[in-house]
Design a protein around this ligand. Structure first.
Ligand code: ADP
Ligand code: MG
Length: 205
């Protein structure tokens, strides 16, 4: 598929307008196909050429690294340096106070493990808007805007990656505790307790 910015703009509906440096989310319909576009073209000049550009590039790289992982929208195309298009997931975000089944969480955990196995951390799992429930009820993990991609064999991969994986796992358990409390194992409960204690020392709270 080769789509141009013009085509995208002609056929899209803005679902979320990005604030500050963040991308706009546009639902694109071309023929009978639906896509999701993330675009920072409309950010103020300075941000567009600095932080926004870096973030959108980073997110695209992450989606490409995660290509083929079940439960992650597939990357489709980089439109230009400011935007990319990915698979549209028919479904909805996890709602506030929504209760979810234990199998939903075991599937989500499998997704998270696969993400980590590819050297990627998400870092925004506590935010329920980043977890979608597809039409058949299965989880999708989206929004790698604050994620990070590690190079194989680097020092950061060796020392920082384990810490950030741990942060992701804590975020995952936090969500699970809220949405499926009865399925928490004793190990998970004690992990979360320790996690919450240590998180108070964490700068990105
Ligand atoms: N691939 C997708 N398929 C369907 N809906 C999506 C997709 N990506 C994002 N959305 C919708 O847009 C919302 C915001 O997307 P997200 O990537 O989390 O952007 P932000 O960086 O603004 O948080 C999500 O909560 C979801 O409803
Ligand atoms: Mg989000």
């Amino acid at each position: 598929m080769k789509v141009t910015r013009k085509e995208i703009e002609k056929n899209s509906v803005c679902l979320v307008q990005g604030r500050i440096a963040k991308p706009d989310l546009n639902r694109v319909e071309i023929g009978d196909q639906r896509f999701m576009a993330k675009d920072v073209r409309r950010r103020p000049f300075f941000l567009r050429w600095t932080l926004s550009l870096w973030l959108i590039q980073q997110e695209w790289k992450i989606y490409c690294r995660l290509k083929g992982v079940r439960g992650i929208p597939q990357p489709i195309e980089r439109i230009d340096r400011f935007a990319f298009v990915m698979e549209y997931i028919q479904g909805r975000a996890v709602g506030r106070d929504e209760k979810l089944s234990p199998s939903f969480f075991s599937n989500l955990e499998t997704i998270l493990k696969e993400v980590h196995a590819r050297g990627v951390v998400h870092l925004d799992l506590r935010h329920k808007g980043n977890i979608l429930i597809s039409e058949d009820g299965s989880p999708f993990l989206i929004d790698f805007n604050s994620g990070f991609l590690f190079r194989e064999g680097g020092l950061l991969r060796r020392y920082l990656f384990p810490l950030l994986r741990w942060v992701d796992y804590g975020g995952f358990l936090k969500l699970k505790e809220r949405a499926s409390p009865s399925s928490m194992t004793p190990e998970e409960i004690s992990f979360l307790k320790r996690f919450n204690r240590l998180r108070k020392l964490w700068i990105f709270n």
